[in-house]
Design a protein around this ligand. Structure first.
Ligand SMILES: Cc1ncc(COP(=O)(O)O)c(CN[C@@H](CS)C(=O)O)c1O
Length: 403
């Protein structure tokens, strides 16, 4: 049974006040908040079994190694990967994208084509531009539409035998748009292209099944789904991870090292050079357990109710425009006519409401709408309708003060 009071009691930070006002945290698209069970895991690790992993013969190292590899298996099962070694623990989504992009630097040829969507976050644009500069590959873009959806008709036209890679986010961080990634993947595979899906904004809301999607790569960050910052995952099909060269050289990613030659470790350690974020990985596994204990159907129901209520109430405000009205997760990007989003965000902060303003690391989307940025309210399952009312009243107050 989903009890919002019980859920909110899991998050100590929700009792915070800012500027003498009750905190209303609506910036979950930037990072989600952290439940006590995850916080306690971090304290427990550093209090009771902090040790380096995969190397020590002593008890603490074995305990830490066991917990870290248990977390990998939890993440594997959560995303329904076939093998645990197809889950590379990274420092986050950006790191995962860069592992794949740099891996293809030794594979792509001049004139090969890479397709990205107009809805991408900078971390799923810039690495591919860098890859094109290195290899002479050509970047193509799936255009977006006024409602924040992708022009799938034009996507199908872009695909051709030269298309080698396609990158798309599962959910847009700036607008909340849920992209038709199964169709995107299926169409790309018809031309033999590989697909990386950026799941950073999907994992707080849904439980992706990478085998059902037939995704070649899928990346995400723990801090978007109640986990700590500095840790995330890259899923890759075994045969593709075998294809890619290591991303970084160092300890852990080797079998044998001589000055004449080094042989590399197998999966997943080939891509996990150096001492990883051990505590973060263990806490990521606990965050996966926590999200599943809340239940993704409960999460979806709560967040959809908040989205429709907030949309209905915000739309009553004259001069307010919402960007992204297609099938989406609980994100509302909006502007007040004649008022810069930054100024709205600053007033909302004074009233205790935390939102994000600006281009949200998705400048091409803002260019499409010819705006400097938006005010983005992003809701999570632990937000409430009362918090929506506080947001709406704060927006009205900001409009009055700034008009
Ligand atoms: C779709 C998408 N793709 C990649 C990233 C980067 O995640 P990292 O954990 O920083 O590596 C993000 C993070 N978006 C935050 C910070 S810019 C936002 O406020 O929207 C994202 O939303």
């Amino acid at each position: 049974m989903f009890s919002i009071d019980k859920i909110r009691a899991d998050f100590p930070i929700l009792n915070r006040e800012v500027h003498g006002k009750k905190l209303v945290y609506l910036d979950n698209g930037a990072t989600s908040q952290t439940p006590k069970v995850v916080i306690d895991t971090i304290v427990d690790y550093y209090s009771n079994y902090n040790a380096n992993i995969h190397r020590g013969v002593h008890t603490l190292s074995q305990e830490a190694t066991d917990k870290y590899e248990e977390a990998r298996i939890k993440i594997q099962k959560h995303f329904n990967a076939k093998h645990s070694y197809e889950i590379i623990l990274t420092s986050g989504t950006t790191h995962g994208v860069n592992i794949v992009a740099s891996g293809f630097a030794s594979i792509l040829q001049e004139g090969d084509e890479i397709i990205v969507s107009a809805l991408e976050h900078h971390s799923n644009i810039v690495p591919w531009q860098m890859l094109c500069e290195k290899t002479g590959a050509i970047l193509k873009v799936i255009p977006m539409d006024e409602d924040g959806s992708l022009r799938m008709d034009l996507y199908h036209e872009l695909l051709n035998p030269k298309t080698k890679l396609v990158f798309c986010n599962h959910v847009s961080n700036a607008l909340g748009t849920i992209n038709p990634i199964k169709e995107i993947i299926h169409a790309a595979h018809k031309f033999g292209a590989y697909v990386l899906i950026d799941g950073a904004q999907a994992v707080p809301h849904i439980k992706p099944d990478v085998q059902a999607l037939d995704a070649d790569f899928y990346v995400a960050s723990a801090h978007k789904m109640c986990g700590p910052t500095g840790v995330g995952m890259l899923y890759g099909k075994e045969e593709l991870l075998q294809l890619l060269p290591p991303y970084q050289g160092g300890g852990e990613m080797i079998e044998t090292v001589t000055f004449e030659k080094t042989t590399y470790a197998g999966l997943p350690h080939k891509f996990e050079a150096g001492t990883p974020n051990i505590c973060g990985g263990i806490a990521f596994g606990v965050a996966v357990d926590y999200m599943n204990s809340v239940g993704f159907s409960n999460i979806e129901k709560q967040e959809n109710e908040l989205l429709s209520y907030a949309t209905q109430e915000l739309e009553k405000i004259d001069g307010l425009k919402i960007y992204g009205t297609t099938n989406k997760t609980s994100v509302i990007s909006f502007n007040l006519e004649g008022i810069h989003p930054y100024d709205v965000g600053a007033i909302l902060d004074k009233l205790g409401v935390a939102v994000r303003t600006g281009h949200h690391c998705a400048q091409p989307i803002m260019d499409f709408y010819c705006i400097p940025g938006t005010v983005r309210a992003s809701f999570s399952f632990y937000n409430t309708k009362e918090e929506v009312d506080i947001l709406v009243n704060a927006v009205k107050k900001a409009q009055m003060m700034l008009s």
